[in-house]
Design a binder for this molecule. Structure first.
Ligand code: 5AD
Ligand code: SF4
Length: 495
């Protein structure tokens, strides 16, 4: 796939499509008496969430408004292909859309994202889900006006997945951010690593870094709009800048981000153990606004399996990096990704993963059963592990990790932590949810009689929605621990 920079002329062409479309949608909305609506369903990782924020921004600029799940003019499925279950979920949901389309034949059904970069998925949709109107790829988001224009004025169906790796100038795309306090900021796209189990390099293409100045300009803008937290995103943030002139590196970028006034939390993911430099760890330790947390996927604790996975680090190298982080950032947390049941994984290999986990005591972990991805080298490996073995290993791994999560959270009980409030908890509007500076999740309540940061007063019995405090900072005493969250008691406001 060729890498192509999107030129201002390309965006000007899209702008022309957008202007014509907006006019047409507005006129029709006036005629029929209600706005055009859309609904985006996002699967997978935060890069997909970030892409959906761009899709939503473009749709709003075309005069669409967000609509209800099953009564809308346009439904967009932004798909993920990292594991088989994400694929199954899409096809399950598409089955339901058929009934929606029968009820509303004018409904436009669009499917985009990583799965559309795999021909067999596009073919399956063509064959089994012919009511899908629009298919495009993760590199085509900026072309949405053109694609919708073609659907509206020229063709019944548009299946158009680019084979190009575009570098988008994101500053020119409208972004409809889903949170008021946190902004997702992709710093690079794609991946060059070709881990043998992983489909991402095939769907997201080669690594392309966004220019340093462009990222810093975006973050300065976010700060002036009132965002408090930025989350720098990339499949492998530690190789940021290698393809840019002057080769700025991730450590430079991270340090520059930590100096932007108004931004109180700088987060980033994902770090590849082979590329994480000691300097990044130093910068995390030295800069208070950088989150004291590292997401460092291990995948396996066995050197033999790491080699078969094409990970380019050994168990010992991983341990060295994790230990350096632990000693340099004493209050820091480490999370990881682990795959169980990679082809050829013996009981001894698996025990090595458990022993490494016991040594590092990960504060949290995303654990996965190996999922065959057609087209990847691991899919060709002959020694696939029987499902019952994978299931048994997986439950042992989970049990161990749960005990480590709990033990880790117990360590902070009694301490006072600065919490960035994310809004109401999932369980009740008056329970607040937020994160510590080391990415621990906490739920806490406010005292009965309290002045809020905006000057208003809350008394016992008042109705209150925690989302009102999204983005505020509070000092909270940690009073209890569970494996996946903390409990606490508010002590004071910080902002
Ligand atoms: N099977 C299981 N897990 C996978 N991951 C990536 N590909 C696969 C696969 N084929 C996991 C890795 C990665 C995370 C995002 O998803 O652990 O770090
Ligand atoms: Fe996939 Fe490996 Fe790239 Fe991560 S680093 S996206 S696991 S190929």
């Amino acid at each position: 796939m060729a890498t192509v920079v999107i030129r201002p002329e390309d965006l000007a062409v899209q702008k022309k499509f957008a202007d014509d479309l907006t006019l047409s949608y507005r006129e029709e909305a006036k005629r029929r008496g209600y706005e055009f609506t859309y609904n985006i369903r996002t699967y997978g990782c935060q890069l997909n969430e970030s892409d959906s924020e761009k899709l939503s921004g473009i749709l709003k600029s075309l005069s669409f408004v967000p609509g209800q799940t099953d009564d809308t003019d346009l439904v967009v499925y932004n798909t993920c292909s990292i594991r088989e279950n994400a694929r199954d979920r899409l096809f399950g949901n598409l089955g339901l859309v058929k009934a929606m389309k029968r009820k509303n034949p004018l409904l436009i059904v669009a499917v985009c994202g990583c799965m559309m970069k795999q021909n067999e998925n596009v073919e399956k949709i063509k064959k089994s889900y012919p009511f899908v109107d629009l298919i495009f790829g993760p590199q085509d988001i900026h072309r949405l006006p053109e694609l919708l224009f073609r659907i509206r004025f020229q063709q019944k169906k548009v299946y158009d997945v680019s084979q190009t790796d575009y570098i988008a100038d994101d500053l020119d795309l409208p972004i409809d951010r889903s949170r008021k306090f946190r902004a997702l900021v992709p710093i690079m796209y794609g991946c060059n690593n070709f881990c043998t189990y992983c489909i991402v390099p095939f769907t997201r293409g080669r690594e392309r870094s966004r220019p340093f100045d462009q990222i810093m300009k975006e973050i300065a803008g976010l700060s002036s709009e009132g965002y408090k937290e930025i989350l720098l995103l990339g499949q492998n943030v530690n190789s940021y800048g290698r393809d840019l002139e002057g080769m700025p590196d991730f450590a430079d970028l991270l340090e520059a981000c930590s100096k932007v006034s108004g931004i109180v939390r700088v987060r980033f993911m994902t770090s590849h153990p082979k590329d994480l430099s000691d300097r990044v760890i130093e910068i995390i330790a030295d800069n208070p606004t950088i989150e004291k947390h590292l997401h460092l996927p291990l995948q396996s604790g066995s050197d033999r399996i790491l080699t078969a996975m094409n990970r380019h680090y050994s168990r010992e190298q991983y341990l060295r990096t994790a230990r350096l982080f632990r000693s340099s950032v004493p209050q820091g947390t480490i999370s990881t990704d682990i795959i169980v049941g990679f082809p050829g994984e013996t009981q001894e290999d698996f025990e090595e993963t458990l022993s490494l986990m016991r040594e590092i005591r990960f504060d949290s972990a995303f654990t996965f059963q190996y999922s065959v991805r057609p087209g990847t080298p691991a899919a060709q490996m002959t020694d696939q592990i029987p499902q019952e073995v994978v299931t048994a290993r997986f439950s042992r791994l989970l049990e161990l990790q749960n005990s480590h999560c709990y033990e880790s959270n117990m360590q902070v009980v009694g301490t006072l932590e600065e919490i960035l409030i994310e809004g109401r908890s999932e369980t009740a509007p008056y329970i607040l949810s937020g994160r510590t500076g080391s990415n621990r999740l906490i739920n806490f309540t406010l005292p009965d009689d309290i002045d809020l940061p905006d000057g208003s007063h809350l008394e016992k019995g008042d109705t209150f929605d925690g989302d009102k405090l999204e983005g505020c900072l509070a000092q909270v005493r940690i009073t209890g621990a569970r494996p996946y969250s903390l409990e606490g008691r508010w002590e004071s406001w910080n902002s």
